[in-house]
Design a protein around this ligand. Structure first.
Ligand SMILES: Cc1cc2nc3c(=O)[nH]c(=O)nc-3n(C[C@H](O)[C@H](O)[C@H](O)COP(=O)(O)OP(=O)(O)OC[C@H]3O[C@@H](n4cnc5c(N)ncnc54)[C@H](O)[C@@H]3O)c2cc1C
Length: 337
């Protein structure tokens, strides 16, 4: 009989795990919110904008070739450069030839969706996993008010300690996983998309603050991504720095949007940028991991029919690293099934 595997989380790590298991198991993915996780995009008035992860930067040709074959013609490639700025707002040219930055023509979540489509997995959105229970021959997973048996499990969310704390699972590894996650820090980022009914004439795709002392950590132009912004318009993605965001836990979306627009106007010396005609905002409390957990946990988990994946394991907030953990978890579990 075909083994069945449950994947918790439909971010890029969960999608990678489902993809790697596609010929080995029947995969069910439960997602608390929507496909994409932090690879999230919005749409409005004919515009598409990526306000979580901005792009995937494939580390080598092998990874880019896989992304190309899975996503196909909808892959949106940006080659414009990222420049740098300091605490005083002085902008300088960054490194040239910074490589290809990948999104989807319909938003970066399209990449995650493409991996899930190619995997053949059954995906349940808006269906958080509430409880895990270890059995003699696998796991019971409670989601959407229903408990179902699975031969194996892949857990991806950066908040997975909550699930392990509550799990019916007698094993030292359970405690180790909770402790590892609790020791690990995550940065908070307020991300704002600002729309303008005019184009910007600047020679870069994005600006990154290199001394980490500016209120803005990152500013980019979604108009550089094919298919995202109609000609003659602009969408700026402004990510307020982790210090700004963590220092203002009570900031409202309006306050974050106002701060983002004011800083964009000052940084780019364009008064008009202080007054976007619309905006969107999200606060990511688990934006980027600050450090790594013990990678040996992956090995310890496998005999429990448990795959671990996600950027919390990679220890770096990069989409390609999260994808790699998912592919790896899927491949290794698949060999055991
Ligand atoms: C503002 C911002 C900008 C970034 N910029 C970049 C960038 O430009 N390039 C880059 O490479 N990386 C960037 N990153 C980092 C990148 O987004 C992440 O490293 C990557 O998307 C993590 O993927 P993941 O699958 O590990 O986690 P996630 O994408 O967080 O996926 C985990 C999923 O699990 C779901 N979930 C949680 N609990 C449950 C539950 N109980 N049951 C079911 N589902 C659950 C969540 O809803 C989520 O969808 C950025 C991140 C942020 C926030």
């Amino acid at each position: 009989m075909t083994p069945n595997v449950c994947v918790v989380g439909a971010g890029i790590a969960g999608a990678g795990a489902a993809y790697a298991l596609r010929e080995r198991a029947a995969v069910t993915v439960f997602e608390a919110d929507a496909i994409g996780g932090r690879m999230v995009s919005g749409t409005r008035d004919g515009c598409v904008y990526d306000y979580g992860a901005n792009y995937v930067d494939p580390p080598d040709e092998r990874v880019e070739a896989q992304l190309q074959s899975v996503v196909g013609d909808d892959l949106a490639v940006t080659t414009d450069d990222v420049w740098i700025f300091d605490a005083e707002g002085t902008i300088e040219e960054g490194r040239p030839n910074q490589g290809r930055k990948l999104s989807g023509r319909n938003g970066i979540d399209e990449i995650v969706e493409a991996y899930l489509d190619a995997s053949g997995a059954t995906v349940h959105e808006q269906t958080p996993v509430d409880h895990l229970s270890r059995t003699d021959d696998g796991w019971r997973v409670t989601a959407g008010g229903e408990q179902r048996p699975f031969d194996a499990l892949v857990v991806t969310p950066p908040t997975c300690e909550v699930l392990f704390e509550d799990a019916d699972w007698e094993a030292d590894l359970r405690e180790q996983l909770i402790a590892a996650r609790e020791r690990q820090s995550y940065r908070t980022i307020d991300s704002v998309a600002l729309h303008y009914p005019f184009a910007l004439d600047v020679p870069y795709y994005a600006l990154v603050n290199t001394d980490k002392d500016h209120a803005v950590g990152w500013l980019s132009r979604d108009s550089c991504k094919p298919g995202h912004v109609p000609d003659g318009e602009e969408i700026l993605i402004v990510q307020l720095s982790p210090a700004w965001s963590a220092g203002r836990p009570e900031a409202t979306p309006e306050q974050a949007a106002e701060a983002a627009a004011d800083h964009a106007a000052t940084l780019l010396a364009e008064d008009r940028l202080a007054d976007p005609d619309w905006w969107d905002h999200d606060r990511f409390t688990h934006a980027l991991p600050g450090d790594r957990v013990n990678p040996a946990l992956v090995e310890y988990a496998l005999p429990h029919d448990l795959g671990l994946a996600g950027d919390w394991l990679a220890g770096t907030g990069r989409t390609h690293a999260a994808l790699e953990t998912g592919l790896d978890a899927g491949r290794r579990l698949g060999k055991r099934l």
